[in-house]
Design a protein around this ligand. Structure first.
Ligand code: ASP
Length: 327
């Protein structure tokens, strides 16, 4: 996917302050978490910067942390250059773009939608599932109907120019690879905390490119792509959804933190577990991002290339995650 390799470079920016070298990939060591003062917003990948900016604006205007994580990832859902989030994302193998999203608050409230078509902001629909229904997840046609009933406009089903070009290229071989590699995924997961320590998270994606029609990844599954508990912390995931679902990745990380691990240690343990439970690991990329209630955060991935955006008082910028395999 275009733009992915650029993540490897250390794009450390923010308020004129460079991140200390100790935060770069090589020394993002086992027990070295990073701590940020509250409030705090973290998001996966480069597109997390713009999303964090928006989340920050929302928080600064006095709105809640759940408003911030919803509004933040809407920026990515709207980004026409992004081929893995929103309706401009790469389609499934039938040429149809279907979206997955989830949202969760630290008090346990959560909502999700999966396999949704024509809805520009699945994260907002997920929020309404959380707030207006007795359910946690609504999928497919039901989610589309719920969107209509809630007054969401349904978008026309046409691929974006970029997605259409990529899909035509893929069709030449129609090689079906139900694995994700370092190049073809970019979900946004955002986790954050307000100045009172209340947490929330959001996760939204068009999922694995050229997936089977109906395939759902980890992102809308509470405990896999996202988990938040005010008593402990929050975690989100990106990468091959199947590998993350197999280990309930985000829930696992929060539970490890509950048992005393730092966010960094918990992310590393989740990656080791994922490696142990998945075959063909050379072709699987997955990354985790976690935050504990003290404002300490960490990240880790299977392969190099994962990074995340941080935003807290006095600091904003990208951080490269360490990885289990070094090259
Ligand atoms: N986790 C997403 C999925 O499997 C893909 C991604 O991270 O881009 O659907």
């Amino acid at each position: 996917m275009q733009g992915r390799r650029k993540f490897l470079k250390k794009t450390v920016i923010g308020a004129g302050v460079a991140l200390p070298l100790a935060f770069t990939e090589n020394s993002f060591g086992r027990s070295s978490g990073i701590k940020g003062p509250k409030p705090l917003v973290l998001s996966t990948w480069d597109h997390g910067m713009a999303a964090n900016e928006r989340a920050w604006e929302v928080l600064s205007s006095g709105r809640s942390i759940v408003d911030a994580v919803e509004e933040g990832v809407k920026v990515t859902e709207n980004d026409l250059d992004n081929l893995s989030v929103g309706l401009q994302g790469l389609p499934d193998r039938e040429g149809i773009t279907t979206l997955d999203a989830s949202i969760m608050k630290g008090d346990g409230s959560c909502g999700a939608v999966a396999f949704v078509r024509q809805v520009k902001h699945p994260i907002s629909l997920a929020r309404l599932v959380m707030e207006k229904t007795p359910h946690v997840m609504i999928v497919g046609e039901g989610a589309r109907q719920f969107a209509l009933a809630e007054g969401f406009p349904l978008e026309e089903e046409v691929l974006s120019e970029k997605a259409d070009r990529a899909y035509r290229e893929w069709k030449k071989t129609s090689e079906y690879k139900p694995v994700i590699n370092i190049e073809n995924h970019d979900t946004i997961g955002m986790i954050g905390m307000d100045d009172q320590g209340r947490m929330a998270g959001s996760c939204t994606t068009s999922g694995l490119a050229y997936k089977m029609h109906g395939r759902v990844g980890d992102s809308p599954i509470i405990g896999a792509g996202l988990f938040v508990d005010d008593e402990v912390g929050a975690a989100t995931a990106t990468g091959l959804g199947e590998s993350i679902i197999r280990i309930s990745g985000s829930f696992l990380i929060v539970e490890l933190m509950r048992q005393g691990r730092s966010p960094q240690e918990a992310c590393e343990e989740a990656v080791r577990r994922l490696i142990a439970k998945n075959k063909d690991i050379e072709n699987i990329q997955a990354g985790f991002l976690a935050l504990n209630k003290d404002g300490e955060f960490g990240a880790y991935a299977v392969h190099p290339g994962f990074n995340f955006a941080r935003h807290h008082p006095g600091m904003k910028g990208m951080v490269d995650s360490g990885s289990y395999f070094k090259k």
